[in-house]
Write a protein that binds this ligand. Structure first.
Ligand code: PHB
Length: 395
C-alpha cells in the first residue's frame, strides 16, 4: 500500500469511528493540541520597548511552567500593532480569524485596545490586557472574556494628588498627550488633587506621539506653578524628562507623574530624571524576595532590566497559567476558566493583587522617587486602589 493510500485508509477509519462519537474528544485535542497565543503589541514606534518587555515577561511566566499551559504546549503568533488605533480591528482580526488564536494578549495603547476590545466582544476570544488602561474595557463595556492585569488609566493618578499636596505643592500644571490614556490619567489626577485642596492652573496637551515640547515648556515657565504633573510613557517620556531638565524647570518646579514617566527610560533620561516623584503599582526597588528573584531571573534571561511593563506581562502569564491549570488545559471550558481567573490572587513582583469583579487589578500604589537611575520607594501612596468599574454588570 502506498503511503498516500495508507493515510486515506486510516483517515476513513478515523472518520468512521468519529461519526459514532467514539473518538471525538481525542480528535478535538489532536486538532488543537497546542494552545495558540497571539501577541498584539507595539514592536515599533514610541512604545516599542514596552511591547518587548510585556512579551518577555509573559514568556518568562510560561517558561517557569516548562513552557506549558495546563499541560499543553504553546504556539505563539505575533502582530506589530504600531500603536496605531486605525489598524486596531484589522490587526486583532489577523490573530483571531487568520491565526485562530485561543488567547489574545494585547496591548499597550488605549486607542488600539478599543479595536481589540470590539473583536474580543464580537468573537468571544479570551482577551488579556497587559497594559492599556482605557477605562471602558473594565467599566461599561466590561466582558466575561476580557481580563486586565495592569491598571485603569486613572488608578495611578488617583494616588498622586494627595502626595503632591502633602509636599506643599498646591498649584499645578497638568501636561500629557491628547488621547484616551492622557485624558483618563487626568481624570484621576483632577479628582485626587482637588479633593486634597490643590488647584490645577492649566491643562496642557499635544497630539500622540508628538515630542515637540518646547512651546509648552516655555508656557509652564511663565505660569510658575508649584509643580507639574503629567502622563507620558516610552520614548516620549524619556524625551520629556530630558527637555524639562534642559529648560531648567527641574531646578524649581517639582515634576510629578503617573509612574510610567520613569519606567524603562532611566538610562535614556540620565540625570534629567533625578528627583522626579511618581505613583505606580510597581517599583524596581521593592525590597521583597519575590521581586528580587523576578528581577534576577529576568535580567539573566533577557540581558535587560525589567520594568513595570515586564511585570505586567509576567502577571498576564501567571493569570493564564492559573486559569489553564484549573481546566487542565481545556480552554473551551470557559465557565471554569473564567471563574479561576476571576478568583485569582496573583503573587506578583509588584506585591499580591486580586482581580476585581470587573476584571481589573485591585492593587497598592507606591510613591517613588528617582535616585541614581532607580525608582526608589518612598512609601505606599494608597493601599488597595480599586477602579470604580462604573457601569460594569459583571458580578
Ligand atoms: C495607554 O495608552 O493606555 C497607555 C500607554 C502607555 C502606558 C500606559 C498607558 O505606559
Amino acid at each position: 500500500m502506498t503511503t498516500r493510500r495508507l493515510i486515506l485508509t486510516r483517515s476513513a477509519a478515523v472518520i468512521g469511528a468519529a461519526s459514532t462519537g467514539l473518538l471525538l474528544p481525542q480528535m478535538a485535542m489532536a486538532q488543537s493540541d497546542k494552545v495558540r497565543v497571539g501577541f498584539m503589541l507595539p514592536y515599533t514606534g514610541t512604545f516599542a520597548q514596552l511591547g518587548v518587555a510585556i512579551e518577555n515577561g509573559f514568556r518568562m511566566a510560561l517558561d517557569e511552567q516548562g513552557g506549558k499551559l495546563g499541560g499543553r504546549e504553546v504556539e505563539f503568533f505575533k502582530v506589530d500593532d504600531e500603536s496605531n488605533p486605525a489598524k486596531g480591528i484589522e490587526n486583532a482580526n489577523r490573530l483571531v480569524q487568520r491565526d485562530k488564536v485561543d488567547v489574545l494578549v494585547g496591548t499597550v495603547h488605549s486607542g488600539v485596545q478599543m479595536g481589540i476590545h470590539k473583536v474580543a466582544r464580537d468573537s468571544g476570544v479570551l482577551s488579556l490586557i497587559p497594559n492599556a488602561g482605557v477605562h471602558v474595557a473594565t467599566r461599561a463595556q466590561c466582558a466575561p472574556n476580557v481580563f486586565r492585569t495592569s491598571f485603569t488609566n486613572s488608578q495611578p493618578t488617583l494616588a498622586l494628588g494627595k502626595a503632591m499636596v502633602d509636599r506643599g505643592h498646591k498649584k499645578a500644571v497638568w501636561i500629557t498627550w491628547n488621547y484616551a490614556a492622557g485624558e483618563e490619567a487626568y481624570e484621576g489626577f483632577e479628582q485626587s488633587y482637588t479633593a486634597a485642596g490643590g488647584t490645577i492652573v492649566k491643562k496642557l496637551g499635544l497630539p500622540f506621539p508628538n515630542v515637540e515640547f518646547q512651546a509648552l515648556l516655555t508656557e509652564i515657565a511663565s505660569l510658575k506653578p508649584d509643580a507639574v504633573a503629567c502622563f507620558f510613557a516610552g520614548g516620549g517620556a524619556a524625551k520629556f524628562l530630558r527637555d524639562y531638565a534642559a529648560a531648567g524647570l527641574n531646578k524649581n518646579i517639582q515634576l510629578y507623574g503617573s509612574g510610567f514617566l520613569t519606567e524603562g527610560v532611566l538610562e535614556a533620561a540620565g540625570p534629567a530624571a533625578d528627583g522626579v516623584l511618581t505613583t505606580m503599582h510597581y517599583s524596581d526597588a521593592l525590597d521583597t524576595p519575590r521581586n528580587k528573584k523576578f528581577r534576577l531571573d529576568y535580567a539573566k534571561t533577557f540581558k535587560a532590566q525589567p520594568d513595570v511593563y515586564a511585570v505586567q506581562g509576567y502577571d498576564t502569564g501567571l493569570l493564564l497559567v492559573k486559569g489553564a491549570n484549573a481546566v487542565k488545559g481545556d480552554l473551551s471550558n470557559k465557565k471554569a476558566l473564567y471563574a479561576a481567573m476571576e478568583g485569582a490572587t496573583i503573587d506578583s513582583p509588584r506585591g499580591q493583587w486580586t482581580m476585581s469583579k470587573a476584571h481589573n487589578p485591585i492593587q497598592d500604589m507606591y510613591l517613588r522617587k528617582v535616585e541614581n537611575k532607580e525608582n526608589k520607594v518612598i512609601g505606599i501612596a494608597q493601599k488597595a486602589v480599586a477602579d470604580p468599574a462604573t457601569g460594569c454588570k459583571l458580578s
